[in-house]
Design a protein around this ligand. Structure first.
Ligand code: SF4
Length: 311
């Protein structure tokens, strides 16, 4: 699409959203032209908070399916739309509710902490949800002698064990995008750009090695924390180890500094299924509506509300 056709379609999207009383929420990994039209851009926690607080009668969720489900759970009376129903998540798909029930049966009495990248049904079997932004605070809020099952991300779990000093039972799931950022990518950059600050998402395959071998310039941060860190840092150059969609937000919110991807291949095909055109069609044709069974939603809401409440 040319800059002109993008601008015309963005005007169309704005007009439709006004007409339909819809708020557009977009994840940090969305394509730039979708981020630029959204009412709010953020990480899963920020988007959940916006979904819970909005006065609009509908939410168009530009992200992946579990995120739209979370919005529906928090705003059951609102219509929640996702522009492409196939926008899934390999990490959320790594554990089913049946697998979680079996795991819980092996650890009776354990508290279940689920990363927000899970289906509504898995959330309904969990005590707490968390994002990478508040995972440490959630684990810290649980009594020290309490056994914890953490799922589904292996690398986030290893990072949490390190920063909380707690022993966790960690599910062996992974996100194919973050797991694909390897220690060799980090080592190459550390050699080529020793002056740069390295910001690594805790889901990355390299995150646990970074904790062991990283230097003072290495920081393990969720996406919103990356933006805060870059704003506050006196440094000029930053290397980013997460999905490359965040670069657009960083460059926009922190002008005058340099941001480079550690791996240009770190692209989530699911996030990128949402296009400006599909967003326009979603608003125009009122599709695709996301629903969650009321019983599952009621149970999942408790875990999500704990996540939203813990900063
Ligand atoms: S980047 Fe990974 S965790 Fe995020 S939506 Fe894509 S597959 Fe899921």
């Amino acid at each position: 699409m040319t800059i002109e056709t993008i601008a015309v379609m963005q005007d169309e999207v704005r007009a439709l959203a006004r007409e339909r009383d819809a708020v557009i929420l977009a994840h940090n990994y969305q394509v730039p032209e979708v981020q630029d039209i959204a009412d709010y851009v953020g990480d899963s926690l920020g988007l959940s908070r916006e979904a819970a607080a909005t006065d609009a009668s509908a939410i168009v969720f530009c992200g992946v399916h579990f995120m739209a489900e979370t919005a529906k759970i928090l705003s059951p009376d609102k219509t929640v739309l996702i522009p492409d129903l196939d926008a899934g998540c390999s990490l959320a798909a790594s554990i089913t509710a049946d697998q979680l029930r079996e795991w819980k049966a092996e650890h009776p009495g354990a508290v279940v902490v689920s990363y927000v990248n899970t289906t509504a049904e898995v959330k309904s079997e969990s005590d707490y949800c968390c994002t990478s932004g508040n995972a440490k605070a959630v684990v810290d809020a649980i009594p020290e002698d309490q056994e914890i099952l953490f799922l589904p991300d292996l690398y986030l779990g290893i990072w949490l064990e390190k920063v909380t000093g707690r022993k966790l039972n960690v599910w062996m799931g992974e996100c194919h995008v973050h797991a694909g950022i390897r220690p060799a990518d980090i080592e190459r950059w550390q050699a080529e750009a020793p002056d740069a600050e390295l910001l690594v998402h805790p889901e990355c395959g390299c995150a646990s090695q970074c904790m062991a071998f990283g230097n003072d310039n290495t920081h393990i941060l969720g996406t919103e924390s990356m933006i805060r860190f870059a704003k506050e840092s006196p440094k000029q150059r930053f290397l980013i180890a997460t999905e490359t969609g965040i670069l657009h937000r960083l460059r926009k919110d922190v002008p005058g500094k340099t941001f480079e991807a550690v791996s240009e291949d770190a692209i989530c095909k699911y996030m990128k299924m949402i296009t400006l055109e599909k967003l326009r069609d979603s608003l125009r044709d009122w599709k695709f509506e996301v629903t969650v069974e009321p019983e599952i939603a009621a149970k999942a809401r408790l875990a999500i509300e704990r996540m939203v409440a813990i900063g």
